[in-house]
Ligand binder design. Sequence first.
Ligand code: ADP
Ligand code: MG
Length: 631
Amino acid sequence: MARQGTLSIHSENIFPIIKKWLYSDHDIFTREVISNGCDAILKFKKLCDLGEATDTVNEDFKVTVTLNKSKKTLVFSDNGIGMTEEEIEKYITQIAFSGAEEFLEKYKDKMSDDQIIGHFGLGFYSVFMVAKEVEIDTVSYQTGKAVKWTCDGGTTYEISEGQRPSRGTSITLFINEDSETFLDYYTLKDVIEKYCSFMPVPIYVIDEEAEAKKAEEYKKALEEHKEGEDAPIAPAAPAPINDVQPLYTKQPAECTDEDYKNFYRSTFHDFNEPLFWIHLNMDYPFRLKGILYFPKLANQYETVEGRIKLYNNQVFVAENIKEVIPEFLLLLKGIIDCPDLPLNVSRSFLQNDGYVTKISDYITKKVADKLISLSKKEPDNYQKFWDDISPFIKYGCLKETKFNEKMKDYILLKTTEDTYLTLKDYLEKVAETSKDKVFYITDQDQQSQYIKLFKDNGLLAVYLEHPIDSPFISLLERENSGVKFTRIDSDISSALKGEATDKSEEENLGKLFKETLSNDKLKVSIENLKSEGIASMLLISEESRRMQEMMKMYNMQGMNLGMPDEEVTLVLNQNHPLIDALMHKDLTDDKKALLCHQLYDLAQLANHTLSPDAMHDFLDRSNKILGMMIQ
Ligand code: ADP
Ligand code: MG
């Protein structure tokens, strides 16, 4: 016979788990307690509006966190709704029984916008991660009677008469030894700023002893103050640490550029101005508010490190959550507030949640729309911003097909004429000289010789210098079949060459270089280059170079996979007097060898540095050549 039973969970078993494992970040208790205080105030205000309670004194609603290092206590105090003895029994002593949920249920028809935070993980009990004892002293708006609840983190508690003189709740945490870092004023303030910067009720963080000391000093100064001297300055009244109506909660039409810039500065402590921003504001089919900023890069090689802070109803949840925010958007800086997000569940749940996918798609679409409208309405700005925003856009195109679909006609190429062209416009422009071919530069310093050659001949190339450009080029080639990207040092555009050269001369000269340099594999080609300033240069085959780069990326260097080395061709310009001399003058073998070595090294030097040995030979040889001048 089968038998059924009920699993019983005892608080003795569950408490140690809560304390140790509930959250890896113990600082989260501040968020839980302060959000409860805010809720208590919002509930009270709501009841006043509904005429179910009266706010006779028209008081300042606020949550105050008071630190006392000597007593090792933190007191969280609010002038909200308070609790009756029954409510304490019900909401505090029965774990996971949410008063916020009940309140919302009861007033759901009367609430315009449910601002109540509530339901954040395990809530109140997170205090036992940092406190060895907790005391609640509370006065409910209903009874006006002070009730005190104490619990030492075990499974029993005590309820007695409290001392609180007025409506609201004070929660005192006696901080345990492991958690004394929270008794440092600046640590505490940092933590509270992290979680509570945008909470809807003013929050004060006060160091009781420091304030008392300041007051004492002021009092003394007043007593000692003599007629005719400057009056002592009274200590400044503490200011709230939060912004109860952060910019992103406002309507875009109400916000000025200056507002956006200030908000960026104060939120991200970045004193570079953002390039531009997107204000997200939607109610349907889900609620989402936020501002995404495009940061300015310090230089083109900087790896962009963004920060997207995720909020739930003005309560900070976490930063850079990949499951909600498309990965490429993590390069931006911004705030996203999503009140409907199920945040008390695990990240793996978020990954598979259809709702989360919708949010992520929405944000992606908004970002693409903004970029497209910028490119259409303010093309000058779009071009001006291009260098800064292109790594982000390219990364987005590589990561998100939908984003790529939208953006692909708005990708720009920066040319050697300092213009920005779309691929289509670029190809039209070079149709005569190099059809379907894009010559690109990955390193202006290394490739300067080639760039000069191109410019001298009135040819165009584009700058693709960011690490993201290498995979991005592959994407462009896949999408535009027939179009070939070729690095500027890998091929000689036909436009750079004159008439075809004599093949038999090429063979002779090739033989000479191979023998002199004892390099059988060296490829030599003689070209009729229009530029007279260049005697020799190296070309590195595009395919073999890409293969090498790929191997480097996957860390496969040194593995013998039968991959070819970079395929290098030594190009000699027959229009140059030195090459002409090698071909037609009757030089001694010594001089011929000297010329071959030197021309080869010079071609290499225009491309990369020499190995120590080769460099030593090169310098030796150079001095020898100079020596010939004074003979
Ligand atoms: P939740 O906030 O999700 O409801 P908590 O564990 O954080 O869960 O809190 C449980 C309940 O205790 C709250 O819903 C509320 O009814 C009550 N409570 C906690 N803190 C306060 C407070 N400062 N003032 C009034 N009631 C409070
Ligand atoms: Mg709560």
